[in-house]
Design a protein around this ligand. Structure first.
Ligand SMILES: Cc1cc2nc3c(=O)[nH]c(=O)nc-3n(C[C@H](O)[C@H](O)[C@H](O)COP(=O)(O)OP(=O)(O)OC[C@H]3O[C@@H](n4cnc5c(N)ncnc54)[C@H](O)[C@@H]3O)c2cc1C
Length: 474
């Protein structure tokens, strides 16, 4: 096999594998180096997202949702079942099967697009060479005109609560518990903490979430965060805000936690501890000393607006660079960089990246919050509509939440859309399209929406910006 390529991608997560496929589609000879091993020890392409992130978490969220509905919500439909049980090995095995299907799918896509995979740790050397070190220590060097760094991120570890993979775990550990923990503490009320906390709460665990910040979901729109906090509390998630963990000690009877909140020092003993305080760019061992590629104070690879590192032919994308740590953000950067390399016009619009939290109800948003616009001094108007007045949501017995559209006070251009409720992970897409096309609230309001659908809530919220929603008082 020749060791010369047009493009080498280091990392086969949603940023790297997408970049590799797009570059191959554009006629370039591409290699992709990735070190991730699956449960069978073999190469598992797809990175954090496919192996221990987006896909497995959604598999468990869906299974646990079915169980929770059966045991808590179906009685309203006249459906009951005696002795409903969940078999955790089957629950986890279903998730593993889905992961394998998708990581194997990336391998198939590589084959179909003639992307050459390398299994090992890649290190960028000076002159766009990449040294690949296999698990057994064997080394080989490959080179390319362009190298795309897509090494992703890893969970942040707390020095006083080190991961042991069994009792104090990261996201990967919390996707693989052998049984429902009686008491699960989670450090961090962010997306990962809330999603994985929901999974185990729905299956019967007592879940206590300890969050250092005083505000709940500070980056979400305040109205939406308020509804979320109320709903999660109703579900029994015990979220302690303004609480700082100081110590976590594994003993025979569980993890002994010491944290401080407004009332002083508190103690708690739990069976499992999930540390979900965020993720850091993973650039350890990625760069030889003389490559010229710069890292910032958070170990992220420094790039310009075209994801270029400033070193000839070296680019970086995904969680390893600035911007939100989201799979679709990394994928879009991957496509754009492949296109820039091929001399085409790549494009990523950071202003319309959708954010989703896959709890129950789901949260989704794109664009600015009211808080941000107030800080920036931008004049705006808002319109909202509750799912309680949406026929489809009521028919589904899932009539919680609302959609809020924020538009510029003078131009009516949509500046942000914020949602909490059933299926909003899908509903946000139409708002992103409208925003990408620089649409106005009036544009959304003039589009015909099928009846009865959840999407009518978006329509009504857009009408409400101009105080002309039909199915509520304005
Ligand atoms: C529990 C959880 C749930 C999530 N849910 C969502 C979600 O629903 N939606 C969403 O958008 N995002 C979600 N995310 C975030 C998402 O997983 C990341 O944003 C995304 O995976 C980043 O993609 P990436 O390609 O930049 O990096 P990664 O997916 O981290 O992939 C990087 C790959 O590079 C490999 N690698 C690193 N260094 C080297 C090296 N030197 N040599 C060879 N290989 C290397 C790694 O092993 C890995 O395979 C979730 C994350 C977690 C943890």
């Amino acid at each position: 096999m020749s060791d010369k390529f047009d493009v080498i991608v280091i990392g086969a997560g949603p940023a790297g594998y997408v970049a590799a496929i797009r570059a191959a589609q554009l006629g370039l000879k591409v290699a992709c180096v990735d070190a991730f091993a699956g449960k069978d020890g073999k190469q598992a392409l797809g990175g954090t997202c496919l192996n221990v992130g987006c896909i497995p978490s959604k598999a468990l969220l869906d299974s646990s949702r079915q169980f929770y509905n059966l045991t808590h919500n179906f009685d309203a439909h006249g459906i009951s079942a005696d002795n409903a049980k969940i078999d955790i090995p089957t629950f986890v095995a279903r998730k593993d099967k889905i992961v394998k299907q998708f990581t194997g799918g990336v391998a198939q896509l590589f084959k179909a697009n003639k992307v050459t995979p390398f299994f090992g740790k890649g290190k960028l050397l000076k002159g766009n060479q990449v040294e690949v070190t296999a698990a057994d220590g064997a080394k080989q060097t490959i080179s390319a005109a362009n190298v795309i760094l897509a090494s992703g991120s890893v969970p942040i570890e707390l020095p006083f609560a080190r991961f042991d993979g069994k009792t104090i775990v990261d996201n990967a550990g919390a996707l693989d518990f052998a049984a429902v923990p009686k008491r699960l503490a989670i450090i961090g009320a962010g997306v990962i903490g809330l999603e994985l906390g929901s999974v185990w709460k729905r299956l019967g665990a007592e879940v206590i979430i300890i969050e250092a910040l005083p505000d709940f979901l500070g980056s979400a729109d305040a109205d939406i965060a308020k509804v979320a906090q109320r709903e999660f509390k109703k579900q029994g998630l015990d979220i302690k805000l303004g609480a700082k963990l100081g110590k976590a000690e594994v003993k025979k009877d569980g993890v002994h936690l010491v944290y401080t909140d407004k009332d002083g020092e508190q103690q708690l003993v739990v069976d499992k501890l999930l540390v979900a305080v965020g993720r850091r760019a993973y650039t350890d061992g990625l760069l030889a000393d003389d490559t010229g590629v710069k890292l910032d104070e958070r170990h992220r690879i420094v790039v310009d607006e075209h994801n270029h590192t400033g070193v000839d032919g070296v680019w970086a994308i995904g969680d390893a660079v600035r911007g939100p740590m989201l799979a679709h953000k990394g994928s879009e950067e991957g496509i754009a960089v492949a296109e820039w390399i091929a001399g085409k016009a790549g494009h990523v619009n950071f202003d319309t990246i959708p954010y989703v939290i896959y709890t129950e109800p789901e949260l989704a948003w794109a664009g600015k919050t009211e808080q941000q616009l107030t800080e920036e001094g931008v004049p705006y108007k808002t319109g909202s509509f509750p799912f309680a007045a949406n026929g489809r949501a009521v028919a589904m017995n899932e009539a919680v939440g609302q959609v809020k559209v924020i538009a510029h006070a003078e131009t009516d251009r949509i500046l942000g859309v914020h949602m909490i409720g059933p299926g909003v992970s899908e509903l946000i897409a139409e708002c992103v399209v409208a925003m990408e096309f620089k649409g106005s609230a009036e544009d959304l309001a003039r589009i015909v929406h099928a009846h009865p659908t959840l999407s009518e809530t978006v329509h009504e919220a857009a009408l409400s910006v101009d105080k002309r929603a039909i199915h509520k008082g304005n």
